[in-house]
Each structure stands twice: as structure tokens, then as C-alpha cells.
Design a protein around this ligand. Structure first.
Ligand code: PGA
Length: 255
């Protein structure tokens, strides 16, 4: 399968930003700007903004996601949200394994796998994040590391379920730093992720997989990153908080 036959997806990761009122305003501003997108458009918002986001995005091509979910269906997990709760609201996507969750909130490859399983069981599409710290890149272990993160996260995921997985390569040193991976660096690691999926599920599944790049992607650098064979979209943090910037990235992915 050629890159052009794969579905590009541009997903915004709002992180811990925007109130419900601000969410409504920002999505209303974005809607007309992205309505002709020839790619998937997803906004992953804070839990408390999900209601407002779903309402504002109704009857538009914008789909709504959360930024995490717990692995259990329900129970004594104070402060957590289950995948079933998200689905019951109408949420379609969930980010799992973002490096900020791994770094600040103790997510491990094993709990990432548990969350992926729970999200798939509930019917969600998962945006699974993998990526290396700067020290790991300097030690030359990036390829091995992302392959391992990918393999563990996909443990117990069937070939059929794989169509509801998007993988986002996010080098930790590029997130929120303004320091983007070069297009060749992104392409190389995205290619390693695709090769890992091929090893596990075969060529057709690997070729069909949407592999995004994330880490300081913005209106100025998106076109070059997205031109690469293995870069099928982006996971966008900072630039997804401004309607015009996000729309410019969506446009770059639609070309
Ligand atoms: P950034 O964040 O675009 O602000 O670097 C990307 C992400 O963390 O998903």
C-alpha cells in the first residue's frame, strides 16, 4: 500500500488547557476552517471539556477524543475514568501512553498495554504514543526502544483490532520544546514502528497503519514532515490550541 492510500489523521492534544466555555469557542472557530479536510481531524480534550466538545463538534468532521483512560471497567480508582464512561458519552478516540503520563504519572509499558486493551474492548480507537528521551537517542537505542514500546503496548491486540490503533511517534525531547525532529528522523523512526507492526501482524497490516509524528509540529514545519513516506499525520500539542495554526496543519495533511 502506498502512503497516499493510508488515512492521514491530524489529532490535537489539548493537554491541561481550556475550560468548557473556551472549548466551545475554539471548536466553533475551528469548524469552518477544517470542514474540507481530506484527512481525519480529532481533538483530544480534558475530561471536563468532553461534553462541550462533543456538542460543539456535532454535525462536523471533527471527532472527539480523551487523553487517557483506566484499564478497569469500574471500581475503587479515585480520580480515574473508564473507557466505557468515555464511550457512553460518544467519545471515539483516546490517547494512551503519552510521555507526560509515563513521566509524571507512572504509566509503564505494562499499564499502557492494559489501558490499550480496555480502550479497544470498549470500542474506542487508540492513539498510542511511543518515543525516546534525548539520552536514549544519544545512546543509539531509539529504534530498539520504540520497537519494544510498540510490542508491549500491542500485547494481546488482534489483527482485526489493529485497525483501531494509530501509533504516534513522539520523541520526548521534541515535545513542547520547539525543537522538532527533522523530517528524516521522523520518517526513520516511523518506518521502524511500521516494520515492528509488520513483524507482528504482517505486511498488509503494517502498510495500512496510520503512524503519526508528534513533537513541536506546527504550521511552518508540518508540510515537510507530512511529505515523508512513513509520516501519516500528526499529534499536535501547542499548535492545536490556535484555530488558524491547527487548520494550517490539517490543510498540509490534506494536500
Ligand atoms: P507539542 O506536543 O506539539 O506541544 O510539542 C505534542 C504532544 O505532546 O502530543
Amino acid at each position: 500500500m502506498k502512503k497516499s492510500a493510508r488515512r492521514a489523521v491530524i489529532a490535537g492534544n489539548w493537554k491541561m488547557n481550556k475550560t468548557p466555555c473556551e472549548t466551545t469557542a475554539l471548536i466553533n472557530e475551528m469548524k469552518p476552517l477544517v470542514k474540507d479536510a481530506d484527512c481525519g481531524v480529532v481533538l483530544c480534550v480534558p475530561y471536563v471539556d468532553l461534553c462541550a466538545a462533543l456538542e460543539a463538534a456535532k454535525d462536523s468532521n471533527i471527532e472527539i477524543g480523551a487523553q487517557n483512560c483506566h484499564w478497569a471497567k469500574s471500581g475503587a480508582f479515585t480520580g480515574e475514568i473508564s473507557a466505557d464512561m468515555l464511550v457512553s458519552m460518544g467519545v471515539k478516540y483516546v490517547i494512551i501512553g503519552h510521555s507526560e503520563r509515563r513521566t509524571y504519572f507512572g504509566d509503564t509499558d505494562v499499564t499502557v498495554n492494559q489501558r490499550v486493551r480496555a480502550a479497544l474492548d470498549a470500542g474506542l480507537t487508540v492513539i498510542l504514543c511511543v518515543g525516546e528521551y534525548l539520552e536514549q537517542r544519544e545512546q543509539g537505542v531509539t529504534g530498539e526502544l520504540v520497537a519494544m514500546q510498540t510490542k508491549i503496548a500491542l500485547g494481546g491486540v488482534s489483527a482485526e483490532e489493529l485497525s483501531r490503533i494509530i501509533i504516534a511517534y513522539e520523541p520526548v525531547w521534541a515535545i513542547g520544546t520547539g525543537r522538532t525532529a527533522t523530517a528524516d528522523q521522523a520518517d526513520e523512526v516511523n518506518g521502524i514502528i511500521r516494520a515492528t507492526v509488520k513483524e507482528l501482524y504482517g505486511e498488509a497490516a503494517a502498510e495500512a497503519m496510520t503512524v503519526q509524528y508528534g513533537g513541536s509540529m506546527n504550521a511552518a514545519n508540518a508540510a515537510e514532515l507530512l511529505s515523508k513516506e512513513h509520516v501519516d499525520g500528526g499529534l499536535i500539542g501547542g499548535a492545536s490550541l490556535k484555530a488558524a495554526d491547527f487548520a494550517a496543519i490539517v490543510e498540509a495533511a490534506s494536500r
